[in-house]
Design a protein around this ligand. Sequence first.
Ligand SMILES: [Zn+2]
Length: 167
Amino acid sequence: MPVYEYRGQSINISENDSEYLGYFEAAREHRLVVKKCLDCGLLRGEPGPGCPWCTSLGWEWHEVSGKGTIYSYQIVAHTVVPAFRDWAPFPIVLVELDEQSGQPNPGDGLRLTANLLDGNMEPENEENVAIGRRVEVVYMDGEDGFTLPQFKLSNEPPRDQVWRYQT
Ligand SMILES: [Zn+2]
């Protein structure tokens, strides 16, 4: 697999990578996948070889809907990463996917971190970002075959209270 360019950065995903290769192969086909534990069956969005619930090292990729709710967010005002300097200020969202919400314990959920983009694939305006707003996955296709799953606000009404930091 080649080295990709993303916003002037090199992204190298080797052929024997077990952590991200399948994720980006699915992304190229516009599918969002997470890890599913082969022992307890629970899904997880965070990187790492072991299941956080039962410590099993057995897992497989599992396709999810890409629909969810903003669980939390942060506005990046200054970035030390040169590739994102012209984006700042921009939002980063913690998305709770619809799958596995409240499991295995109340308060748990299947959560992913991503940029929140608008219809032009630019960072969403800060005033539109709020905890509780509904989002869906969107795929940012690079010219060299690299695709990055991101999220955008969806047209669905919120399912619960909406809250944002007062600025
Ligand atoms: Zn498990």
